[in-house]
Design a protein around this ligand. Structure first.
Ligand code: FRU
Length: 483
């Protein structure tokens, strides 16, 4: 009898134990970004081959499937229908020559376009072919193509399209169709003669995507070129080209399909510590018309995590005349609003130093989208403490009125008030903070390692009063929760 009972009850007990065990939440490790892209595990760096196609934003990225440090570069792949929810796809590009080396013949950075006219003749049925241009380390500039919306990729038999030159360090081809000259353009990072003073971007053109003619070389750039045309102040008749360097810095000018002519000095694209290898999506539909950029948040630290790295939040780029000078403006894409959870809002609240309690003390959490219009009044300095708690003061976002500077996570930018006000838009995602100042004129992107339990937020002013004209703090829902 005892024996029979045991046979019947034992499986039941096991079932009850399994059912009672709290389910481990997907993508919920303490430093796991909740609305920024990070791979499930291992190392990633640059975004690659960004292309919108058949209703999907494709993002490929430099990926090491073997570990949490840089090396063995493949192109990882993820797709999204809305720029915020990402679905993980199988690896897209593998090293060439079946290389198992940490570096040689691995797949470095590049870009992708649609073969609109089936130039390379790979198209199957109605779905157009995607063409990726990538650098094969020590193997030159190469082509891969996909006839199934980026799911599977073949290497082009005629590779490389620009041969390897051991006296150079050519990489990261940016390819696009230049309509006025009716040619494809490639902007390629190069270090001719392995001479650091010659580092820069070279321009090539092609009519068939295979034969590339060298046109000219511009010194003063390093890695991951991008070149985009944008309207000034939304006026389609007033356009400029923006040449973007690997660190996001940029020059405004004109481009005739072969030569870039500068009209500005080189300007910083981000003032934070963690923003690199920017790229914009190609093939965004005309009706949308946006230029959308993303970057790798280089040097972010994720101790104890299964992954190592995160992307910045996708942003829309535009040009604006500020004091008669054209400047690049960067703002989070509007899709951030799809993730808004609980909203806290304050209007016309005067804050007196020392006297007032923390206006925002009821806000607790680690993922937020904040917008604020703050009237400086008599304040000497003001700002937020983010992820503050008993064990940690958290990260400070500080505006210093006398110095006219804004600081966050150890980095500082000069920022003039607009009619006595500072405008802030801030994205907080567990271990990253992106601060968009004065409607996108200056951005600081930074990573930090917060204390896991510190989920408070503080708004402060020192030396005088601060008027909160408007403050919205939106909790952000995790994009991973459903899986
Ligand atoms: C930039 C970069 C690129 C290169 C890739 C290799 O971060 O160094 O120039 O293609 O990373 O992973």
């Amino acid at each position: 009898m005892k024996h029979i009972l045991l046979v019947v009850l034992a499986p039941l007990l096991v079932f009850v134990l399994i059912a009672a065990k709290p389910e481990k939440k997907y993508y919920d490790e303490v430093l796991r970004p909740q609305f920024h892209f990070s791979p499930p595990e291992n190392w990633h760096n640059d975004p690659n081959g960004l292309i919108f196609f058949e209703g999907e934003y494709n993002m490929f990225y430099q990926y090491n499937p073997n570990g949490k440090e840089w090396g063995y570069m493949h192109w990882g792949h993820t797709v999204s229908k809305d720029l915020v929810h990402w679905e993980h796809m199988p690896i897209a590009l593998f090293p060439d020559n079946d290389s198992k080396d940490i570096k040689d013949f691995t797949a470095f950075s590049g870009t992708a376009i649609v073969d609109e006219t089936n130039l390379l003749n790979f198209q199957k049925g109605d779905i157009k072919t995607l063409i990726a241009f990538y650098t094969c380390y020590k193997g030159g500039q190469r082509i891969a193509y996909s006839t199934d919306k980026g799911r599977n990729w073949e290497k082009f038999e005629g590779n490389p399209v620009i041969p390897f030159d051991e006296t150079d360090d050519a990489r990261d081809p940016k390819v696009f169709w230049h309509n006025p000259s009716q040619k494809f353009v490639m902007v390629l990072y190069r270090e001719p003669d392995k001479d650091e003073s010659k580092r820069g971007f070279s321009f090539y053109t092609s009519t068939n995507l295979i034969d590339w003619d060298f046109k000219n070389h511009m010194v003063g750039f390093y890695e991951c070129p991008d070149l985009v045309e944008l309207s000034v102040d939304n006026r389609p008749e007033d356009k400029r080209w923006v040449l973007i360097d690997g660190d996001g810095s940029y020059i405004i000018g004109s481009f005739d399909g072969e030569t870039f002519k500068s009209e500005s000095e080189k300007l910083p694209g981000d003032f934070g510590a963690n923003f690199y290898a920017t790229q914009t999506w190609s093939n965004i539909p005309k009706e949308d018309g946006r230029t959308i950029q993303i970057a790798w948040m280089r040097d972010g630290k994720f101790p104890g995590m299964p992954f190592n790295g995160q992307m910045s939040f996708p942003c829309e780029l535009s040009l604006k005349k500020v004091n008669d000078k054209i400047r690049l403006i960067r703002k989070p894409v509007k899709e951030i609003e799809l993730l808004h959870g609980k909203n806290y809002n304050w209007e016309n609240k005067n804050i007196i130093p020392g006297l007032d309690e923390n206006l925002i003390k009821k806000v607790k959490g680690d993922c937020f989208h904040i917008t604020a219009t703050l009237d400086i009044k008599t304040s000497d300095m003001f700002g937020f403490m983010i992820r503050t708690g008993r064990k940690s003061a958290g990260a400070e976002l500080l505006y210093n009125v006398k110095k006219g500077t804004l600081s966050c996570l150890g980095k500082t930018v000069s920022l003039n008030p607009i009619d006595g006000k500072i405008y802030l838009e801030v994205l907080v995602d567990r271990s990253s903070i992106e601060v968009f100042c004065n409607k996108g004129i200056a951005v600081l992107s930074g990573c930090f390692v917060p204390d896991a339990k510190s989920e408070g937020m503080l708004l402060f002013t020192q030396g005088g009063e601060l008027m909160v004209d408007q403050l919205d703090i939106n909790e952000i829902n995790s994009v991973w929760r459903k899986e």
